[in-house]
Design a protein around this ligand. Structure first.
Ligand SMILES: Cc1ncc(C[n+]2csc(CCOP(=O)(O)OP(=O)(O)O)c2C)c(N)n1
Ligand SMILES: [Mg+2]
Length: 703
């Protein structure tokens, strides 16, 4: 028996015999259970009950079914495992530890050490431990997606399933099933109550994603108690209505039945599978089983002893991994995964000779690199006072990029014609249940699931974009936040960025959205000022490998600036740049604007020049990118000595103080908008050159 350095080592011998006689499956399952109980107790926080109940499920998936190589946890054709009820993270930490899954860094290099050590488990939920509170992609190797906000994991799994179908369609050839993996997601009552879970299930059913299997932990317990106070629908009927294949397991300890149902899900074609698993939270705990207390509190030392006794486990053993457990995982998932991975690598090497170009694409995609010539033919727009809408320019750029980058694909939440995100070139196609090669995705009116699905696509290494109106970023925000937390290069396209759709009124006019998304750490947000800035924004975004981007585009035409007169749009790559200047001498006032207000600032600048007032226009499509420039550059754009500054942006003024200082003035929104034609709204809310010049002159004392 192998025991961690614990003070209780002496007390194990008698129970040790019982452990020795336990069959290996049971031994592994109880190891997962007891590691989970011990880690939560040690941390004095966490969720022991669900790991205790689901240990047999997770054991069966991992050791009997999953095609996963612990030695190479990023092998492209591995099965994916998602713990959507992320609070049960000890399940994942236990199994990653017991399978000795290896660590990989952000550059996809193997680091030669374990992803999760026993010491990490002892330091569950402590700073720097590789066993944090919830599964974190990019922090712990072997975690396929970050979970914790309930419903996100299962919704993300739908993106992974779409990606697998798309990849298989593009890259598989007779005798070469290069992409042939399945996605397993475990979820609880919370995930199925959340709206995003329903949106995602509906989409997966519609798309007939038979590579997807969700296992629902039907324990009828959530934090506030029994689900009969909140959740009484017939889940099986609901999923049947979505078009899913629904299976049921009445005993969560029946690993034979679990394995059988997983196999049936694998054989099922044309629909995703939901396995409803009836379980007992806190299984084996004499006083806490089937109670809400087992959900999110340590069991307590005494209850742990009693529970271990009930398992036939040494009551005083802590972080105990009995002899034979690591070996049994090695015999199961270890051997199966290694051989599948080896076979795949050989197959892929053989594939290279008949299909060198496809193989090269796969190589690049896996490293998140772009193909040669990815930006060729991107449009350059001539100066035009009438101009074109941001969304129009975006549509043109997308259509070029999608032809240059085979694995760049996306769609909209039923607003494709408005967002101008439809790929219209010949052969672009539409992704549907019977057409897996299409590059136009249709998410339906499911913004939240779209966001999570995009993340699932990005996690699968294709390059996705998804679009809706900017106002509905609110409906997608939790997934946007997770893309930033996961450091995924997901692209979120938003059109109708301000009051451009005037008549639709305040329900459709974003106000606080820019500020709110700018506040998400690591998220790159760009609000380009004309068509050429849109193209430069795409040029910047496409080169991101570990950051998501939000593109905020106008509905209405914006003048295309004359770049022979004003600075080049390539300044976008620095977040903010001097677009028009005072000519020789220092400016008296700096006008800072983004998006549709850039041309307003340029007009104001020309008017001020006519009155002998020296102004500078700074186009600032991205705060975030600008913040990452050198101090020297930032000072060159916004010289500290020029304190008179005006910001113009059709959005909440929140946060603009950082660039305009206390003496500056932000022309923005401090109320909701209104339903009226755009011109009237611009007048009412002051987004006109005359207002800008008036404010500038007032600040200069020349009013
Ligand atoms: C979106 C979201 N809302 C609320 C929570 C807080 N929370 C964590 S677990 C939980 C209860 C989940 O119940 P269930 O999914 O049945 O999990 P079980 O207790 O059965 O493991 C809640 C409300 C969360 N993590 N995510
Ligand atoms: Mg529950």
């Amino acid at each position: 028996m192998r025991v961690g350095t614990s003070p209780d080592e002496g007390a194990l011998s008698l129970a040790g015999e019982r452990v020795a006689s336990m069959d290996l499956d049971q031994l592994c399952i109880n190891t997962i259970r007891t590691l989970s109980m011990d880690a939560v107790q040690q941390a004095k926080s966490g969720h022991p009950g669900t790991p205790m109940a689901l240990a047999p499920l997770v054991y069966t998936i991992w050791n009997r079914v999953l095609r996963f190589d612990p030695q190479d946890p990023i092998w492209p054709d591995r099965d994916r495992f998602i713990l959507s009820n992320g609070h049960a993270s000890m399940l994942l930490w236990s199994v990653l530890h017991l399978t000795r899954t290896q660590a990989v860094n952000a550059e996809y290099e193997k680091l030669g050490h374990a992803s999760v050590t026993l010491d990490d488990l002892r330091r569950f939920r402590q700073l720097d431990s590789k066993a944090p509170g919830h599964p974190e992609y990019h922090w712990v190797s072997g975690v396929e997606t970050t979970t914790g906000p309930l419903g996100q994991g299962i919704a993300t799994s739908v993106g992974m399933a779409i990606a697998e179908k798309w990849l298989a369609n593009r890259y598989n050839r007779p005798g070469f099933p290069i992409f042939d993996y399945r996605i397993y997601a475990v979820c609880g009552d919370g995930c199925l109550m959340e709206g995003v879970g329903s949106e995602a299930a509906s989409l997966a059913g519609h798309l007939g994603l038979d590579n997807l299997c969700w296992i629902y932990d039907n324990n009828r317990i959530t934090i506030e108690g029994h689900t009969n106070i909140t959740f009484s629908e017939d889940v099986a009927m609901r999923f049947l209505a979505y078009g899913w294949n629904v299976l049921r397991i009445s005993d969560a300890n029946d690993i034979g039945r679990i394995e059988h149902c997983l196999e049936r899900s694998r054989q099922n074609t044309g629909s995703p599978t939901l396995i409803i698993l009836d379980s007992h939270i806190g299984y084996g705990s004499p006083h806490k089983q089937d109670t809400a207390e087992a959900h999110g509190e340590p069991l307590g030392e005494e209850e742990i002893r009693l529970t271990k006794r009930a398992y036939g486990w040494p009551a005083d053993g802590k972080f105990l991994v009995p002899d034979g457990v690591y070996e049994h995982f090695e015999e199961g998932v270890g051997k199966r995964g290694a051989s599948a991975c080896r076979d795949w690598k050989q197959l892929f090497e053989e594939y290279r000779s008949p299909y060198p170009e496809l193989a090269a694409e796969i190589d690049r995609m896996q490293r998140r690199e772009l193909p040669e010539g990815w930006d060729r033919n991107l449009p350059v727009f001539p100066a035009d006072p009438k101009g074109i809408a941001g969304r129009e320019a975006s549509g043109k750029a997308l259509n070029v990029l999608a032809q240059n980058i085979p694995w760049f694909l996306g769609g909209s939440a039923d607003l494709g014609p408005s967002n101008k995100t439809l790929l219209t070139y010949e052969g672009a196609g539409h992704f549907e249940a019977n057409q897996r090669g299409g590059k136009n995705l249709h998410f339906g009116i499911r913004e939240h699931a779209m966001g999570a699905t995009l993340n699932g696509l990005a996690l699968s290494k294709v390059r996705p974009y998804g679009a809706t109106f900017f106002i509905f970023s609110d409906y997608e925000r939790p997934a946007i936040r997770l893309s930033a937390l996961m450091e995924l290069p997901t692209i979120f396209v938003f059109t109708h960025d301000a009051m451009g759709d005037g008549e639709d009124g305040p329900t459709h006019q974003p106000v606080e959205h820019l500020a709110s998304l700018r506040a998400i750490p690591g998220l790159v947000l760009l609000r380009p000022g004309d068509a050429n800035e849109v193209v430069e924004a795409y040029r910047y975004i496409l080169q991101l490998r570990h950051q998501p981007a939000v593109l905020v585009l106008s509905r209405q035409p914006l003048p295309t600036l004359d770049r022979t007169k004003y600075a080049a749009a390539s300044g976008v790559a620095r977040g903010a740049y001097v677009l028009a200047d005072a000519g020789g001498a220092d400016p008296e006032v700096i006008l800072i604007a983004s998006g549709s207000e850039v041309s307003v600032a340029v007009d104001a600048h020309e008017k001020l020049a006519g009155e002998g007032i020296r102004s500078r226009v700074v186009s600032m499509p991205s705060w975030d990118i600008f913040e990452h420039q050198s101090q020297e550059y930032r000072d060159s754009v916004l010289p500290p000595k020029v304190a008179v500054r005006v910001a113009i942006e059709q959005a909440s003024t929140f946060g603009w103080e950082r660039y305009i200082g206390l003496k500056g003035r932000a022309i923005g929104m401090t109320t909701f908008g209104a339903s009226a034609p755009l011109k009237e709204l611009q007048r009412k809310f002051g987004f006109e050159p005359a207002r800008v010049t008036a404010v500038a002159k007032e600040l200069l004392g020349k009013g």
